[in-house]
Ligand binder design. Structure first.
Ligand SMILES: *[C@@H]1O[C@H](CO)[C@@H](O)[C@H](O)[C@H]1NC(C)=O
Ligand SMILES: *[C@@H]1O[C@H](CO)[C@@H](O)[C@H](O)[C@H]1NC(C)=O
Ligand SMILES: *[C@@H]1O[C@H](CO)[C@@H](O)[C@H](O)[C@H]1NC(C)=O
Ligand SMILES: *[C@@H]1O[C@H](CO)[C@@H](O)[C@H](O)[C@H]1NC(C)=O
Ligand SMILES: *[C@@H]1O[C@H](CO)[C@@H](O)[C@H](O)[C@H]1NC(C)=O
Ligand SMILES: *[C@@H]1O[C@H](CO)[C@@H](O)[C@H](O)[C@H]1NC(C)=O
Length: 381
């Protein structure tokens, strides 16, 4: 019994070994086409049920017995693809891509970012074990259509090696919800340079750009509005930081969900900045540059005119006060130094030279004051 089990186990085992080209093998020349992602072979003889396996994933059925399609096959990481035929029992495998002999020559630390709404930038470093003549090239492969987009604008280091790439208008090659395989291939006269890849949906690698705020405002309200620009993300929340300049201490933070406007009551003159958050991909933009809005400059003019008129009124009041003071002083003086001619009134017509009379009287008694002279005059009459 054990011998039978052993025989059963050993029989297929013999065929798994990729020995030299077996002239009777039903499947020959197994290969991977990296552009179409098809694992294909040359078929000979009458075979049934061909299936393919990548690494240890579940097997997939071959199309028309002629190829297997692997959408997410890596162009850079050596992967084991196995093909199995049910009848006659047969199996073979390949590694694709072939493992490189200088793994340290591949580009390192590849990272890509969408920023400033339209721009895609990738950067990498030359591999530490890369030969001196190494050159790198980048392409994007559309995850759905498999279309490839080669880089047109490279950044180079001091040696002229490409270490970055920029797509100025990424929305021309990609729409919403698109994902790309970013691949940096390497070439050198001295060694076979492996490639480096990352797979990312663009929505995940976007550095959000905070929107521009515009405002319409008057004494009572400031209506702020903004337009969020992004080709790859849609659901945003906003954070506004508002500083009313009067007082300058209190900073007000407002969260605006989904809307792209905000009404601020009693705005006066204020400064505002905004940042945007995307919850699903956990993206957060920088703060925008602060913008200052002077709401209701008429009120400022109004207060200014009010101030000047107040000053005018104050001036007038001061003038009045001064005038009053002068008048009072004048009347006091009048009271202290009463006009002498009036005092001689009771003396009446008896004197032919009114004005001279008191002085003549006083001359009679120079030591006495005016009042006494008066009395004396009255007595004399
Ligand atoms: C291939 O094999 C199947 C059974 O395995 C058989 O029915 C069929 O006739 C064969 N065809 C040829 C062309 O030999
Ligand atoms: C299968 O193969 C036949 C003959 O080679 C061909 O006519 C047919 O189009 C193929 N079908 C597919 C889905 O490739
Ligand atoms: C590839 O996978 C097959 C089994 O599917 C295994 O027999 C073979 O050893 C593997 N090759 C490598 C290089 O790992
Ligand atoms: C890649 O990044 C790691 C971690 O930041 C760093 O240690 C390494 O030196 C970088 N590689 C190159 C070639 O710059
Ligand atoms: C925002 O507005 C400023 C000037 O008003 C302009 O220079 C800038 O390009 C605008 N930015 C965006 C993203 O619209
Ligand atoms: C100020 O603007 C708001 C909204 O735009 C409006 O409802 C309100 O009537 C305006 N107030 C004045 C005093 O103009």
């Amino acid at each position: 019994m054990a011998a039978l089990w052993l025989a059963m186990l050993l029989t297929p085992a013999c065929c798994l070994l990729p020995t030299g080209p077996d002239p009777n093998a039903p499947i020959k020349n197994l290969r991977m086409d990296p552009e179409t992602k098809r694992l294909t072979w040359d078929l000979s003889g009458n075979v049934t049920r061909i299936s393919c396996t990548r690494e240890s994933r579940p097997p997939v059925r071959a199309v028309n017995n002629s190829y297997c399609f692997f959408a997410w096959s890596s162009p850079c990481k050596a992967t084991n693809y196995t093909v199995t035929v049910t009848h006659p029992p047969f199996s073979t495998w390949i590694l694709f891509p072939e493992p490189g002999d200088t793994p340290g020559a591949a580009a390192e630390n590849l990272s890509c970012r969408v920023h400033d709404v339209d721009v895609l930038t990738c950067a990498w470093a030359a591999g530490r074990a890369a030969p001196r003549d190494v050159q790198y090239e980048l392409y994007l492969e559309d995850g759905k259509t498999l279309a490839r987009h080669r880089c047109a604008r490279y950044n180079t280091d001091a040696r002229g090696t490409h270490v970055g790439c920029r797509f100025d208008d990424i929305s021309r090659v990609s729409g919403y919800l698109q994902a790309f395989l970013f691949v940096v291939t390497g070439s050198s006269g001295a060694a076979r340079v492996p490639c480096t890849e990352i797979f990312k949906p663009l929505c995940e690698i976007e550095k959000l750009t905070p929107p521009n705020i515009t405002a319409e405002c008057n004494q009572t309200h400031a209506f702020m509005e903004w337009k969020m620009l992004s080709h790859f993300n849609r659901d945003f929340n906003y954070e506004l930081q508002i500083q009313k300049s009067a007082g300058a201490a209190a900073m007000e933070t407002v969260n605006v969900k989904e809307h792209t406007s905000f009404m601020l009551p009693n705005p006066g003159s204020y400064t505002v900045r905004i940042r945007v958050r995307e919850e699903f991909n956990r993206l957060l933009s920088e703060w925008s540059a602060p913008r200052r809005f002077v709401c209701d400059p008429e009120e400022d003019a109004h207060t200014r005119s009010l101030r000047t008129s107040l000053l005018a009124v104050l001036g007038a009041l001061l003038a009045l006060l001064l005038a009053l003071l002068v008048c009072r002083r004048f009347s006091l003086m009048q009271r202290l130094l009463p006009p002498i001619p009036r005092m001689k009134d009771p003396i009446g017509d008896d004197f032919p030279h009114d004005k001279l009379m008191p002085w003549e009287a006083s001359r009679e008694d120079a030591e006495e004051d005016c009042a006494v002279a008066e009395v004396q005059l009255a007595k004399e009459t």
